[in-house]
Design a protein. Structure first.
Lengths: 240, 201
């Protein structure tokens, strides 16, 4: 798997802390929704930094899109979110991974649970679901601190967004009819299909969030082998 | 061919000796958690560690028998394929040399297996010579479940996915067989100093 140059086509501010970067990557090998990509930056003196990012675009989308959350004391994310301009080139390598990936197949329902920027690979799955006109029932439960923190807000709240449920854990706008608390056992039971229907579950978010959600689903009788997880951040990271 | 990234200078850390950081890695103070599924929570009463497969006879230790083996505390740097490295981590465990002592085998390969179904493959040689442990404590505390407790394999000279969490035993084999991540395109051996992240590296 070689490093390939990707040219920045567009930068889209998603929230105050996150930005989507759309790349043209000639010769990109088709990815599966949920996979990630390695990014490499090289300074003039040859110093390099690498990071991994989930791919936000569906395999059917024309370009590769990443969505990066700015970590204030980070080395790579502030550069990607604040310094990059259309026309810039960075190196990419991928696609990588394959377990936390979903490919359209006439199977059991698919339940996606995202916390904060953990929405990114799930958004690729939702777009893949739509692009393939899949008949598989898919449902997203997305936990964010407030409506302003919802990444892909317009896409996820559009009339044709599909079965998307939001929970806003810190602040809810006036007249909010969605959920307003952290994803606990009760909320998971409310939103997820019963364990007997054997949904395929993907959970992505900070470590504390994923531990809580996956633990709740196991306690509700879901088979651990049907729950795929992707965690980021340190132990006990803040729950969105 | 490497391309210069316009405007990127990097943030080199003056407090980190670059000679201790493998290519493409960065040093973190955190201890990130990466697992493919839910964290298993088993009881120590039902825990055992087994060496089986190409052996004269399977060897099994209960938690108490395992704890009666000599303990070692080691300080090692660890390197995750997702790019973070953590320096001077302190682990306590039982050396694989001690566990493999008295095990008769013609095997050259090992599949480590875990609660939750995770597996990873290694050459048997990499588990010997004071290079691998079954660790049950981190920083003098019982190993937390999300970090692989009650016990995980510790093979710090390879990328950390080889250090299987929730490990329950080793299958000794004549033939090498890819484990969980190795079957999803990750490198079969995983030497961080040769940056063997993915198949073909």
């Amino acid at each position: 798997m070689n490093w390939q140059p990707g040219t920045v086509l567009e930068l889209i501010e998603q929230t105050a802390r996150t930005k989507s970067i759309v790349f043209d990557v000639p010769g990109w090998s088709r990815h599966r929704a949920g996979q990630h990509v390695d990014v490499r930056l090289t300074a003039e003196d040859g110093y390099q930094a690498q990071r991994s990012y989930s791919i936000a675009s569906a395999p059917e989308d024309r370009h590769i899109e990443l969505t990066v959350e700015r970590i204030d004391d980070g080395e790579v994310s502030p550069f990607l979110a604040d310094e990059l301009l259309p026309g810039d080139e960075i190196e990419l390598r991928g696609p990588i991974g394959g377990y936390f990936a979903w490919e359209e197949a006439p199977e059991t329902p698919v339940f996606l649970v995202g916390g904060g920027s953990g929405i990114v690979p799930l958004r690729a799955m939702l777009r893949h679901h739509r692009a393939t006109a899949s008949a598989v029932p898919v449902r997203l439960l997305y936990s964010a601190r407030s409506l302003d923190d919802v990444i892909y807000r317009h896409e996820l709240t559009a009339a044709d967004a599909g079965d998307v449920r939001l929970t806003l854990t810190r602040r809810q706008p006036a007249g909010w009819t969605g959920y307003g608390r952290r994803v606990d056992r009760e909320l998971a039971a409310d939103v997820c299909w019963p364990a007997a229907e054997r949904p395929l579950v993907y959970v992505c978010g900070p470590t504390g969030f994923v531990e809580a959600v996956a633990g709740a689903l196991v306690s509700l009788g879901h088979d651990p082998a049907r729950i795929r997880t992707e965690r980021f951040g340190p132990t006990g990271g803040e729950t969105p | 061919m490497t391309r210069i990234t316009r405007g990127f200078h990097g943030r080199r850390r003056p407090d980190v000796d670059p000679a201790r950081v493998p290519p493409g890695q960065y040093v973190t103070q955190d201890f990130p958690v990466l697992s493919a599924g839910p964290t298993p929570h088993g009881s120590l009463e039902n825990w055992s560690f087994t060496i089986r497969g190409q052996v004269d006879q399977p060897h099994t230790w209960t938690w108490d028998e395992f704890q009666a083996l000599p303990h070692e505390t080691v300080t090692r740097d660890i390197h995750c394929v997702t790019k973070w490295s953590k320096l001077d981590t302190v682990w306590t465990g039982v050396s694989l040399d001690a566990l493999l002592e008295g095990v008769e085998t013609g095997a050259e390969y090992v599949t480590a297996f875990s609660d939750g179904g995770y597996t990873t493959n290694l050459p048997l040689e990499d588990l010997t010579g004071g290079r691998a442990w079954i660790a049950f404590a981190y920083d003098d505390e019982p190993l937390a479940p999300e970090h692989g407790g009650p016990a995980r394999l510790l093979v710090p000279h390879l990328y950390f996915w080889k250090s299987a969490k929730w490990v329950r035993g080793l299958e000794l084999q004549l033939e090498d067989e890819p484990g969980f991540w190795e079957g999803y395109g990750y490198h079969n051996y995983g030497d961080p100093w040769r940056e063997q992240r993915y198949a073909g590296d």
